[in-house]
Write a protein that binds this ligand. Structure first.
Ligand code: KG4
Ligand code: ZN
Length: 373
């Protein structure tokens, strides 16, 4: 079964064809990130206009090799995301589903991030040559840490579509914290890769920063998991906004200024090595803050595998810390499939189609910018 996936939740216009939920046949991504960089973050109107310009060429490119006749279904992002961006993907997918007479599946972006890890094979093409994929698919029960610019959540999966959200961030997402700290340090957008790069030169112990700690009550999610009544929100919590403020205050102190200094003037007062140390200390603290709840959940739920998904999973220091911290198999995929892509949408679409989940009505499917797992 070959599924065409379409993703337009934020600033990436993406289309991909995946076979049987595991073989990557094409993966095309057009990003408007360069247009947003000047503003230090995604500008929704610019993103929407870029999607409009890119979506048909991106889909054509993704389907080129396989051919429309061989596509069995279309899977499209429904949410969460920016309304103006989502609407371009959903309206395009609805139109194509009607015109090409293909079933249509509506996909949750956050849920789909986990499914990038199910891709284990790829077509023998020049563009896919550089992709390194996990050798085996994740095994259930699995614990998924989903970390991106918009989300930080921990989800326990008994099986496909039988999951419990154990908890999420109470304020900023971890990727958002990377982006905001990068802004403080005058590093380019998106901040994650920029912080990771300068952090390699810095001392992670140079600055002591606070770690958000929460008590995890042994809540009744366990019985929910056993009974397979999914979708209960648990109390595994994350928090990153205090850390971001602590980085701002520490940076002001290092620059010999107080909180009255406008944060956009700060970067100019810090030396290169001071920035490296701040970035390294922030990164280490943020990553340790992420790992602590995962350790507690691993003890409580005893998953076979751990999947780390979303843009922040591209962080190599995180990968190093995780391999040190767990005996479980920790699965992450190629960097290009950690950040937003349509292959993950197609994989989840395959499981929806093959496990009898309902298809969407192409005449009425609406976007859901606040969709939650
Ligand atoms: O999954 P994604 O592409 O988009 C969302 O769904 O949000 O994640 C983007 C986020 C951004 O906040 C970006 O700074 C972060 O992932 N990111 C990283 C790295 N690469 C991307 N964070 C830390 N280290 C990285 N290497
Ligand atoms: Zn994402």
């Amino acid at each position: 079964m070959k599924i065409l996936g379409i993703e337009t939740s934020c600033d990436e216009t993406a289309a991909s064809v995946v076979e049987d939920g595991k073989i990557l046949l094409s993966n095309v991504i057009a990003s408007s990130v360069d247009l947003h960089a000047a503003y230090g973050g995604v500008v929704p109107e610019i993103a929407a206009r870029s999607h409009l310009e890119s979506i048909l060429p991106v889909i054509d490119e993704a389907v080129k090799e396989v051919g429309w006749d061989n596509i069995d279904a279309i899977a499209v992002i429904q949410g969460p995301g920016l309304s103006g961006s989502l609407i371009i993907g959903v309206m395009t997918a609805r139109t194509l589903a009607i015109a090409k007479q293909k079933p249509l599946y509506a996909i949750d972006h956050v849920h789909a991030h986990v499914y990038a890890a199910f891709l284990t094979e790829k077509a023998n093409s020049l563009t896919l040559k550089a992709y390194s994929l996990p050798k085996e698919q994740p095994r259930f029960p699995l614990l998924a840490l989903i970390i991106s610019g918009g989300h930080t959540q921990l989800v326990f999966f008994r099986d496909h579509f039988k999951y419990t959200v154990l908890g999420q961030t109470v304020d900023d997402a971890v990727g958002e914290a990377f982006d905001k700290v990068a802004k403080i340090l005058g590093l380019p957008y998106p901040g994650g890769p920029a912080i990771a790069k300068v952090a390699e030169r810095g001392n992670p112990k140079a600055i002591k920063l606070p770690k958000a700690k929460f008590d995890v009550r042994k809540f009744d999610v366990r019985s929910n998991v056993r009974g397979l009544t999914s979708h209960t929100k648990g109390d595994y919590r994350f928090s990153f906004s205090g850390l971001k403020t602590a980085v701002l205050r520490a940076s002001q102190a290092i620059a010999g200024k107080d909180f009255t200094l406008p944060s956009h003037e700060l970067a100019g007062l810090l030396s290169g090595s001071q920035k490296d140390d701040i970035a390294a200390s922030f990164q280490r603290t943020a990553l340790e803050t992420l790992i602590t709840p995962v350790k507690i959940a691993v003890e409580e739920f005893k998953p076979t595998d751990i999947v780390v998904a979303g843009g922040v999973a591209a962080n190599s220091e995180l990968r190093r810390l995780l391999s040190e911290s767990f005996e479980n198999r920790v699965i992450y995929t190629d960097m290009k499939l950690c950040t937003d892509n349509a292959a993950m949408i197609a994989v989840l679409g395959f499981y929806k189609a093959s496990l009898g989940q309902p298809a969407a009505d192409p005449y009425s499917l609406e976007i859901d910018p606040n969709l939650q797992m």
